[in-house]
Design a protein around this ligand. Sequence first.
Ligand SMILES: [Zn+2]
Length: 73
Amino acid sequence: MEDSIGNGWPSCRKCVAGSLLPLSDFGSQGAPIHYKAWVCSNPDCGFNIKIRNGDVYLNEPIASGAMHAPRMR
Ligand SMILES: [Zn+2]
């Protein structure tokens, strides 16, 4: 068994504890876009890098329900 940093994915440059996992997406034409984004596997870190229209975006807020759960009281 290897630890979380030995599994082939690059380790996160921000928190080091997590690994950067590649995410793929599908374009408007249905064509797959491989490795469009890389996200840190450490939920407390949230580091992410995305490629959109040839530009690179660092650390955009993650618009997923998990990361932005509504805080209801
Ligand atoms: Zn990280």
